[in-house]
Design a protein around this ligand. Structure first.
Ligand code: AMP
Ligand code: MN
Ligand code: MN
Ligand code: MN
Length: 285
């Protein structure tokens, strides 16, 4: 039914560089026929995204990308088609965002210790939402300061485990994130599974606990997966009976190599994740 669904991207409400309105226009221009804005740990952009999509006649479904700590690793869970005003969801996301400013101070302290001054103030200049200072904002500052050539160099040399500026953080519990999404009427989806460096046993534990908590989907086609990774997770979706999702994970025209809507199709035999919340799709025209 939807040939070009793009259900993963970020606006200035989290760590993207475009507004919800500009993202909607870009998605529409690229042929997206079902869109979701999935800001990190935040639904503050949902009303704007929906209004912009409706003005363009593009179908919309609510979205979020929740940061979770599982087996000591950060995992991202995308929620689709939930009620963005659900109090448990709103409170859970607020709690998940809490602690980001303190973490940012600690990150800046580590960077100062290796001779990079002013990173806290520098990162904050890129922040659109004061509750959502992220590593991406630090990466933009480090490029501006001439420390690295681009943000991908930053994520090789800084801000990751074992490198200056990495501050471990405890995000939401897997079961809580899945519950907030499903109890608000949505479907929970494991984002970009190939990005996590789990052992096979840890990955198995992630998927089985996710399903036990009520999670029903996995991102198969994403800007973060190679073609062979998409094949691998399509197979896993079939094996586990999971629905499949598709999204660019677009953040910025200057940083993202996968643009909105410019992705291979989902394998036709898989159930699209949005079919599980079809009643919550705001139709286009
Ligand atoms: P945070 O939630 O503050 O830990 O920031 C995580 C964000 O950093 C992700 O959502 C990405 O936007 C960005 N990020 C993480 N790793 C990389 C990477 N290797 N290259 C580019 N961006 C990255
Ligand atoms: Mn991000
Ligand atoms: Mn992610
Ligand atoms: Mn994302």
């Amino acid at each position: 039914m939807y040939a070009n669904a793009d259900l993963h991207c970020h606006s200035v409400v989290s760590d993207g560089t475009l507004t919800p309105e500009v993202l909607a226009a870009r998605a529409h221009a690229n042929g997206v026929d079902l869109w979701a804005l999935t800001d990190h740990d935040e639904v503050g952009g949902q009303a704007r995204a929906l209004a912009a999509a409706q003005a363009l006649g593009m179908a919309y479904i609510t979205g979020v990308e929740i940061s979770v700590t599982f087996a000591g690793t950060t995992v991202h869970i995308v929620g689709l088609g939930f009620d963005p005003t659900d109090p448990q969801m709103v409170q859970g996301l607020a709690a998940t965002r809490g602690g980001r400013l303190e973490r940012a101070r600690d990150m800046a302290g580590q960077l100062a210790a290796v001779g990079i001054a002013g990173a806290y103030e520098g990162a904050l200049r890129y922040v659109g939402n004061p509750e959502l200072v992220s590593r991406t904002h630090f990466a933009r500052f480090l490029v501006e300061a001439g420390v690295c050539r681009d943000t991908s160099e930053v994520f090789r040399k800084y801000l990751v485990e074992g490198k200056p500026g990495y501050v471990p953080h405890r995000w939401a519990a897997l079961g809580d994130a899945v519950r907030w999404i499903t109890e608000a009427g949505g479907v929970a989806v494991i984002a970009h599974p190939a990005r996590y460096r789990f052992t096979p046993n840890e990955e198995f534990a992630l998927f089985s606990e996710f399903q036990q908590h009520g999670g029903r989907g996995v991102e198969v086609v994403t800007g973060s997966h190679s073609a062979s990774e998409a094949v691998r997770y399509a197979d896993l979706a079939r094996e586990l009976g999971l629905a499949a999702s598709r999204g660019s994970d677009f953040h910025s025209p200057d940083e993202s190599h996968t643009d909105l809507g410019i992705l291979p199709p989902l394998p036709a035999d898989l159930t699209p994740a949005w079919d599980l919340v079809a009643a919550h799709i705001h139709p286009g025209r």
